[in-house]
Design a protein around this ligand. Structure first.
Ligand code: ADP
Ligand code: MG
Length: 306
């Protein structure tokens, strides 16, 4: 099948999507942004053999390619709007593209983002680049650089599940909840929107809490302290892993796509599904305590395919 047919069959799906004046099919998309808002632009590339193993199910690759971008939009407090896809295919069959397309639109439809264009090429390995444009109220984007001494440090959801799910997959074991947390992560768009005007800073946890929180603190020019005993751990993680493993997965496991943010405690007291794990101070760097004692955490930990 030629490129034109492939695009029209598998990617040209969005009929009338809000703000899309011209979508797929012309030299470029024509979009109508909300004049009251600012735009957030994000891009992420997944490369076969680097970010996913060659035998990954194509629908899972596509889903992830969309979600990693949506998670960045969420961390900025944005509303996702439009997406483009640059797809480099190696020896992919039509069946592969069909499955890829189903995973892509599963994510896109769930989070109301319209695919408005892209590029299709061949190359030595499969490579997927997705860009997403989001919108946020003027001056309201959540930044890494806004943390202030005295803020609480919070996270959404639970930590360590995705790395645990990947670990189980690699050992040929299973736990539906943990494996789904790895294969079908939830971008915290709703939480990010709820934090606009309330949080002082935010980052999404893609590489692991410790590494990502250190980036946020450095960008803000402040220090922080977290209490390992306060990390939110899911029941599934608790049931399947030792306490040491739970803590190390929650501290350094990647791919959870939860949000880590800082805020004055009373600004976020009405927000549900978040846990305070520590606070921001005037020092530099991140201190981790367990039962009151300072512990060293190596943040290079679990970093398999992301
Ligand atoms: P051009 O040669 O002008 O760059 P193409 O022939 O590459 O155009 O693409 C034709 C149309 O199909 C364009 O609107 C482009 O955005 C869209 N497109 C190409 N590849 C993809 C893809 N993988 N996903 C979505 N849209 C695509
Ligand atoms: Mg052209």
């Amino acid at each position: 099948m030629d490129e034109f047919e492939l695009i029209s069959r598998y990617f040209d799906r969005n009929g009338d999507m809000p703000g899309v004046v011209v979508g797929i099919g012309d030299d470029g998309a024509v979009l109508m942004p909300d004049p009251a808002k600012q735009q957030i632009q994000v891009v992420d590339t997944l490369v076969e053999g680097v970010h996913f193993p060659s035998d990954t199910h194509p629908a899972d690759i596509a889903y992830r390619a969309v979600i990693v971008n949506l998670s960045d939009i969420a961390a900025m407090g944005g509303i996702p709007r439009w997406m483009t896809l640059a797809l480099t295919l190696s020896d992919s069959s039509e069946q592969w593209v069909a499955s890829f397309s189903s995973g892509l639109f599963e994510a896109a439809d769930k989070y109301d983002v319209a695919l408005v264009g892209g590029d299709t090429t061949s190359g030595p390995v499969t490579t997927v680049t997705v860009t997403i444009t989001g919108e946020v109220e003027k001056g309201a984007a959540l930044l890494r650089s806004g943390a202030k001494a005295g803020d609480g440090i919070f996270v959404t959801g639970t930590l360590g599940d995705a790395a645990a799910g990947l670990d189980l997959l690699q050992r040929g074991e299973s736990d539906d909840f943990l494996v789904q947390r790895f294969l079908r992560p939830t971008p915290r768009i709703t939480a990010g929107r709820a934090l606009v005007g309330k949080a002082n800073s935010a980052i999404d946890v893609s590489d692991g809490l410790v590494g990502d929180l250190k980036k946020l603190l450095a960008a803000s020019g402040v220090g922080g302290e977290i209490d390992i005993d306060k990390l939110p751990i899911s029941d599934s993680l608790r049931n399947k892993f030792s306490e040491d493993d739970q803590q190390s997965l929650a501290l350094t496991g990647g791919d959870d796509y939860e949000l880590c943010f800082t805020a004055r405690e009373d600004s976020v007291k009405d927000i549900t599904g978040i846990t305070q794990i520590g606070s921001v101070n005037q020092s530099t760097g991140l201190t981790c305590r367990r039962s009151g004692d300072v512990v060293e955490v190596d943040d290079s930990g679990y970093r398999h395919f992301q």
